[in-house]
Design a protein around this ligand. Structure first.
Ligand SMILES: Cc1ncc(COP(=O)(O)O)c(C=O)c1O
Ligand SMILES: [Zn+2]
Length: 375
């Protein structure tokens, strides 16, 4: 039986749209058993829905799909090393968030939900808005003042109502949570169905690497929805006996807003409000708007995934992010600054690594949406 599970107080809840956190205040996980019938997978079209038996949607009629996913895994030369980069800006809305949105909004459709609310720095909002448009589900997105205009226009184009909120990203989330007392909360950080979409990143990498797991993953962390999704995906593959071990999870944050970097370095089990020295090295807002998350909802879970896999967190400066943005442009990839932060972190990781290992990283968002900011 599928049900929601609280990793904090260990209680269970039936699955229903209004339930987005535990009564103890914690985030929830989903109990679900994935299966991986390789012969069936191979016969299906190249989208993330080819892993159908691992995605918790009951009826095929509920699936909202634009043939998203199965993005290229490109092998490139990077500072003298060979690395694999998953080109995840090649999604219908221009970011990897479609992985989570296609699954979460399919679930909302299966539930018969008429309207949802979400908060986002822009990309998750665009993805949720697009799939709601496809489903005919009403959609309200709360965004911070600093969101790139390209993302705001995109949210509007899908017919969603957007509400700009002054102040921090956390203030934006508070406003959405107030609205979520009446309207189902399609939250990419709280709702575990989103992670059951982002986990397809792991399945694709596994298939593209000849049904093997890489040694190391280098991924961005804001709220950690790709990071945790990838970890969940590899964990499911291991539990199903398809791989031997889960890759080492290396997370990248902007030095201007690095609560996980701080918590990891100091050996804390949970994140704490970030100190000024860790928040702002340069007294400037980070251009990596997608990972400017001071209070990640699933901070504890992220730290557990890092420690369990002998991973680490690296922080990158604004100067390093800008250099990485230019560098990827010269390799033919026009990405947004948030994605450039991952690449700056990848460079840092590769300079440190001692052993020969297979490293997979990603380009999460396309550059056009942030062109104004980059100018
Ligand atoms: C392009 C891009 N990359 C990475 C991230 C980080 O995702 P998460 O907050 O789930 O860690 C975001 C989040 O908005 C994003 O927009
Ligand atoms: Zn609980």
């Amino acid at each position: 039986m599928e049900r929601f599970f609280c990793p904090n107080c260990k209680c269970f809840y039936p699955i229903q749209p209004a339930r987005w956190r535990c009564d103890c205040g914690s985030y929830l996980d989903l109990e679900f058993e994935s299966k991986f019938p390789i012969q069936k997978i191979l016969k299906r079209s190249p989208s993330l829905w080819r892993y159908r038996e691992a995605i918790p949607i009951h009826s095929n009629a509920s699936i909202l799909s634009m043939d998203e996913g199965f993005t290229p895994l490109e092998e490139i030369e990077f500072d003298g090393s060979r690395v694999f980069i998953k080109i995840d800006y090649l999604f219908p809305t221009g970011s990897y968030k479609d992985r989570g949105a296609t699954v979460l909004i399919s679930k909302m459709k299966e539930w018969g939900v008429q309207k949802v609310v979400e908060d986002s720095s822009g990309n998750a909002g665009s993805a949720i808005a697009a799939y709601c448009a496809k489903a005919g589900i009403g959609c309200e997105i709360y965004v911070p003042q600093y969101t790139s205009s390209g993302k705001l226009i995109q949210i509007q184009a899908y017919g969603a109502a957007f509400k700009k909120v002054e102040g921090s990203r956390e203030k934006v989330a508070e406003r959405a949570m107030e609205a979520a007392s009446k309207i189902p909360y399609a939250s990419h950080c709280w709702n575990p169905f989103f992670l059951h979409g982002t986990k397809t990143f792991a399945f694709e990498v596994w298939e593209q690497m000849d049904w093997k797991a890489p040694d190391t993953l280098v991924l961005p962390i804001g709220h950690g929805t790709l990071f945790l999704g990838a970890h969940l995906g590899f964990r499911e593959l291991k539990e199903a006996g398809r791989i031997k071990g889960i890759p080492k999870m290396v997370g990248i944050q902007s030095a201007s807003c690095a609560p996980l970097y701080q918590a990891f370095k100091r050996g804390w089990r949970e994140t704490r409000p970030i100190e000024k020295s860790v928040r702002l090295e340069t007294e400037e807002e980070t251009i990596a708007e997608g990972i400017a998350i001071a209070e990640p909802v699933r901070g504890k879970q992220i730290l557990e995934a890092i420690r369990e896999t002998d991973g680490e967190v690296l922080a990158v400066t604004e100067k390093e992010i800008k250099a990485a943005l230019k560098k990827m442009g010269r390799k033919g990839h026009f990405i947004e600054p948030t994605s450039a932060a991952t690449i700056a972190g990848l460079g840092k990781y590769l300079r440190k690594k001692r052993r020969k290992e297979t490293v997979v990283s990603t380009l999460t968002g396309m550059g056009l949406k942030s062109a104004g900011k980059m100018l």
